[in-house]
Ligand binder design. Structure first.
Ligand code: BGC
Length: 415
């Protein structure tokens, strides 16, 4: 008889996958879609210098400007019911998605009833299938009117965000319990305001700092607004936190402490009194050796990211000081051939269960992503989905790892 011990997750643990509006819906019109049009040719040209030969060979789509245009994306705006059927069939009991601000408030202060009704149908469709909705209010793109006013660096950005959030909470407050205000403020501030890679392509440390301040203010306002309208709701933020490991030496140890403090904790320490829960996105492990060195690992993802799923244990333990329930709002791997995803999910969940055994209150896990989607400045070639999508025919094909994840949800995990 097989006497292997199984790791079981607690009753009521939430299991699901995550998506974001712009990456899956299709036909969005916002600052990002405009940026795509202007930058697609350039991104296709630059792929030659940016990616390794093996990646260029495996994903020739990266040289096609069309790859960088979100276009119909996964047509999820029209196919959400079918996609939620798939999620349900895979044993999920929760789902994270985002509301596209540019759809519901396409003109400043004017809300579009049709778009709002659409999201009501989305929430309803989730509820009908027994999937608890986790709503992200902002996942990167901005309405065009706001981008024209300076985006998140506009002085009134926190007020604009609050007005939109009030409308959403008034509309969905009785149907949605879990709200996530902003997705990865630090990654957006880094790519859009420090490195100048993403729209609006600003650079510099001060820009980064002011962007982070703007998000802190916007989150606080949003938190208070939602709690006033729907006091029983659970409101949190989604942060992308890294596992930092230091090589020998006092300087390396100091860099590690500072990296953790400013990267992992800046936002959370400034909003700790306006958080009912923490959303953790975990992708990165940085071995510090007089700077943030790339990790040398045998398994890298299709986009060359180091795979270090066990690092999530450290990151979770590092969140102990906040004493809040934690949801893993994203964890995933670009893996077109689905060679490593099953291993990656299992290792991540083993590490999560070790953190839980150390007293960390983790209440849910959302795999990134349900569908192969539009990966921002990389376009369509990186494949993060539990479900493969043919972006021409829109055909969905469930990957084997999705069934492995289902098996973990239903039967637990071998130790
Ligand atoms: C973002 C997602 C993105 C994923 C993989 C996260 O940082 O929230 O939108 O697709 O990483 O790159």
């Amino acid at each position: 008889m097989n006497k292997k011990i199984k790791l079981q997750f607690p009753e009521g643990f939430l299991w699901g996958a995550a998506t974001s509006a712009h990456q899956v819906e299709g036909n969005n019109r916002n600052d990002w879609s405009e940026w795509e049009k202007i930058n697609a040719e350039r991104l296709a040209r630059e792929a030659k210098n940016y990616w390794q030969p093996w990646q260029q060979e495996k994903f020739p789509e990266m040289f096609d400007p069309q790859n960088y245009i979100s276009g119909r994306a996964c047509d999820h705006y029209n196919r959400f019911a079918e996609d939620f059927d798939i999620a349900k069939s895979l044993g999920h009991n929760a789902h994270r998605f985002s509301i596209e601000w540019s759809r519901v408030e396409p003109e400043e202060g004017k809300f579009n009833q049709e778009a709002i009704e659409h999201y009501r149908q989305v929430v309803l469709a989730l509820r009908e299938r027994g999937l608890e909705p986790f709503v992200t209010l902002w996942h990167l793109p901005l309405p065009l009117w706001l981008a024209e006013k300076g985006g998140i660096r506009s002085r009134d950005f926190p007020k604009f965000f609050e007005r939109y959030v009030i409308k959403m909470a008034e509309t969905f407050g009785s149907e949605v319990k879990y709200w996530l205000t902003v997705n990865e403020p630090e990654i957006y501030a880094l790519n859009s305001y420090f490195r100048g890679r993403w729209t609006p392509q600003r650079r510099g440390a001060l820009n980064f700092y002011f962007a982070m301040r703007a998000f802190v203010k916007a989150h606080r306002r949003a938190y208070r607004a939602i709690k006033k309208i729907a006091p029983l709701s659970i409101v949190g933020v989604v942060c992308n936190l890294s596992d930092f490991e230091s090589s020998a030496g006092v300087i390396n140890a100091l860099i590690k402490v500072l990296s953790e403090r400013y990267w992992n904790h800046y936002f959370l320490r400034h909003t700790r009194n306006q958080l009912d829960c923490i959303g953790l996105n975990f992708y990165f492990h940085n071995r510090i050796n007089y700077g943030l060195n790339k990790n040398i690992k045998e398994v890298v993802s299709d986009i060359g990211w180091d795979t270090h799923p066990e690092g999530i244990e450290n990151v979770l333990v590092g969140l102990r000081e906040y004493d809040k329930p934690i949801y893993i709002t994203e964890s995933g791997i670009a893996d077109k051939d689905d060679k490593n995803r099953t291993w990656f999910i299992a290792e991540t969940l083993r590490a999560v269960s070790r953190a839980m055994a150390r007293g960390i209150n983790v209440q849910g896990y959302f795999h990134w992503s349900l569908l192969d989607n539009f990966e921002w400045d990389k376009g369509f070639w990186p494949r993060f989905g539990l479900v493969e999508v043919d972006h021409k025919t829109m055909e969905r094909k469930i990957r084997p790892s999705a069934y492995a994840y289902k098996d973990i949800i239903e039967n637990g995990l071998n130790c």
